[in-house]
Design a protein around this ligand. Structure first.
Ligand code: CA
Length: 695
């Protein structure tokens, strides 16, 4: 090495962490074939396999794994991000879209960027104020903020370079997903289909922040002018005829809130499209039509947004069966040939293998118990439905539920074992047609399903029995032979995403606050450590100076946690941190504070049955998303049953007037009257009394 190269190395080391790693800036070639020690995009590489070729930590020595360092997260909300690493710096996002850069070797903070998302935006978030991570390109870091801003930051200091507003923040859309960058275009979608929105994906120029193209996933009002978007032609030619009724008044749905993958050779970008707005097909589309491109995987040209092909997993979806779940690309031996495939385990319970060049269906097999369909017709690619599952005549207990057989928590693929490791869910949920549906623009739970049918049974003993029936497992799935290879039965639903490594290892964090390593070939547990919090995020791994590290974000929260946390095995005080491990790591975590469980006697309230029923319906419609189904609490946000806010004057100041708006609890005076919130209070108090009487 010459002296001048040494000087340059010393200078770049200050900025980027040294010359030992691949040189900056980050481009397509570097993401596509990332160096073994790197993790440069959400799913590590464009194929989103979440497989690391690192094997210094392996099935022989994993028992020596110990904590290297940890970093505390301030916000007590769900932590869903996968950290990225480039040039020795870890970039991780926290709740409320905060970006933190850390020295990957020591955990020393380098910079922090807080977009200061207005806290009342939490009202528009179906599933907590989470963020799943950043994207890297050039020497910029990109984050999508909850309120719709896409922000480019200088990787060296966290200073904003440009900001693009991807949607009107007054609409009930939110960004929770990680952007991806393909061919200099930053790709980002949003959520909001539970509120009533029309979904789209946007592409912004990475240098300037200028909108390059937009692809709407569902048609708008057919009497309005075209969008002038990349989707205009395909929506007119293919999608429009698959819709009926006046869907555009409800938005139609189809949000692109998580999965993307890219094949550079085919030059195809794959996006996963979400559920309908409202969920109920009968209400959304008069019970007719497939409603393209809901619940579909769509292949686009990344430079223009031009449509190439699609595969719809759930035509005329009516159950929140999104196809936004992890999309993963691999080359598999199928039928005597190597096929370039795309794999997905979407909410509807089928594991799909498609030809990623054409969208041809190669296989579709249930990976969890299902009852909404009996199989997929391989000729048409359509599910063979159980007609009762559309809950038109009477309610039905459907599997999978709206949580899916698998939700956003990433899977992983190990090309050596040929197995896909899936964090699965086995949760039945009752669906019933809402005969009294009235669209409530801008508000949550515009679902078209009867929220009293969704509610838990009134009897506490039955609820406890239901809790023991809900399952969450880690399943190793053989996508070629379409069968389970092994399974680990976990403590229940709500477990974290998965990482696969060349060390014959699979890593996963759990609902009951453990970080666990399994043998990739047979599922034998080899190591575990307490995380002091339920883990929902996926782990990642990286190498610096010849040492391999494992990083996982511990932070209980997100959809299952908030709505059904009481039915999970999560307990304890949930200390939220980034945890980083290495062989021989000797760091320790402080003893967590004991969880204070107090059940004070609730104040008096009416026990008039009609009022309680009205309160229950209002609670289920307005409060369930943050405070838990049937007022059962969730170990994230306050359990209202035992809250000091239950005193009438305090209750009204919070619920009607927004005294706690700074925490994300808006005032509901524009939606609810005094009698409404008093009915909710009476219902919550009745639930508190029921709980106290049972214990
Ligand atoms: Ca949804």
């Amino acid at each position: 090495m010459t002296r001048s190269r040494l000087v340059i190395c010393a200078a770049t080391a200050l900025l980027f962490g040294g010359c030992g790693n691949s040189p900056a800036p980050i481009d397509a070639a570097r993401i596509e074939s990332a160096a073994p020690g790197e993790w440069l995009s959400y799913g590590r590489t464009y194929d989103e396999q979440r497989y690391s070729p690192l094997d210094r930590i392996n099935d022989k020595n994993v028992a020596e794994l110990g904590l290297a360092w940890s970093f505390d997260i301030a916000a007590p909300r769900g932590a869903e991000a996968t950290p990225l690493i480039a040039n020795g710096v870890l970039y991780v996002t926290e709740p409320w879209s905060v970006v933190q850069a850390l020295d990957a070797k020591t955990g020393k903070p380098i910079w922090r960027y807080d977009p200061e998302v207005p806290r009342d935006k939490a009202f528009d978030a179906c599933c907590d104020v989470v963020n799943r991570g950043v994207a890297l390109w050039g020497d910029s870091v990109f984050v999508g903020a909850l309120d719709g801003r896409l922000i480019a930051l200088d990787a060296s200091n966290g200073k904003p370079r440009w900001t693009a507003q991807t949607f009107d923040p007054a609409t009930p859309r939110t960004i929770t997903g990680a952007p991806r960058v393909v061919k200099g275009k930053v790709l980002i979608g949003h959520g909001g289909a539970e509120y009533g929105v029309r979904g789209y994906l946007s592409a912004y120029d990475a240098e300037t922040g200028k909108l390059a193209w937009r692809f709407y996933t569902v048609p708008g009002d057919p009497n309005a002018p075209a969008d002038g978007a990349a989707s205009d032609a395909v929506l007119k030619d293919k999608a429009l005829a698959t819709w009926n009724g006046e869907w555009w008044k409800y938005g139609g749905g189809g949000t692109v809130w998580d999965a993307m993958a890219y094949d550079a050779e085919l030059d195809l970008l794959y996006i996963g499209v979400g559920n309908g707005s409202p969920w109920n097909h009968q209400i959304r589309s008069a019970g007719k039509g497939d409603n393209l491109f809901l619940s579909s995987i769509v292949a686009l040209r990344p430079e223009t947004g031009e449509y190439v092909w699609h595969y719809q997993t759930t035509p005329g979806e009516s159950w929140d069966y999104t196809a936004t779940q992890h999309i993963m690309l691999a080359d598999l031996p199928i039928g005597g040939a190597t096929r370039k495939v795309l794999m997905q385990a979407p909410k509807n319970g089928f594991f799909y293998v498609l030809d990623r060049g054409t969208g041809e269906l190669l296989s579709a097999t249930p990976y969890v118990p299902i009852n909404w369909a009996t199989g997929v017709d391989m000729k048409t690619g359509r599910p063979i439905e159980n007609p009762e599952a559309r809950y038109l005549d009477k309610p039905m207990l459907v599997k999978p539920s709206y949580y899916g057989g698998h939700n956003w928590n990433p899977m992983a693929f190990n090309p050596k074992t040929g197995l896909v490791y899936i964090p699965t869910l086995d949760i039945p949920m009752a669906y019933g047609h809402d005969a009294n549906f009235k669209f409530r623009p801008g508000r949550s739970n515009n679902l078209g399903i009867d929220m009293l049918v969704v509610a838990l049974p009134d009897d506490v003993a039955t609820r406890r029995a239901i809790k023991s029936m809900l399952k969450g497992d880690l399943i190793a799935w053989d996508p070629v032979n379409q069968k389970e290879a092994w399974r680990v039965t976990l403590a229940g639903p709500g477990n974290g995403g998965v990482l696969a490594t060349a060390g014959n290892l699979v890593f996963q964090g759990t609902v009951d606050s453990r970080f666990v390593a399994y043998r990739a070939d047979n599922g034998e547990q080899l190591w575990e450590t307490p995380t002091q919090s339920g883990v929902v995020a996926a782990p990642m791994t990286y190498e610096i100076d010849g040492e391999q590290y494992l990083a996982v974000l511990a932070g209980w929260g997100g959809a299952i946690s908030l709505v059904s946390g009481a039915l999970t095995a999560n307990s304890g005080s949930n200390q939220r941190r980034l945890l980083v491990y290495k062989l021989g790591g000797k760091a320790t975590l402080p003893t967590p504070p004991a969880k204070m469980v107090q059940h004070p006697e609730p104040p008096p309230a009416t026990d008039d049955a009609k009022t309680l029923l009205q309160g229950k319906l209002l609670y289920q419609t307005n409060c369930i998303g943050c405070h838990g189904d049937s007022a059962q609490g969730n170990n994230v946000l306050p359990d209202l049953r035992f809250s000091p806010m239950l005193q009438p004057a305090t209750w009204n100041s919070v619920v009607l007037d927004g005294a706690l708006q700074a925490n994300g609890m808006i005032g509901f005076r524009k939606f609810l009257g005094d009698a409404d919130v008093e009915a909710i209070r009476a219902y919550v108090i009745s639930e508190a009394r029921k709980e106290l009487a049972f214990n």
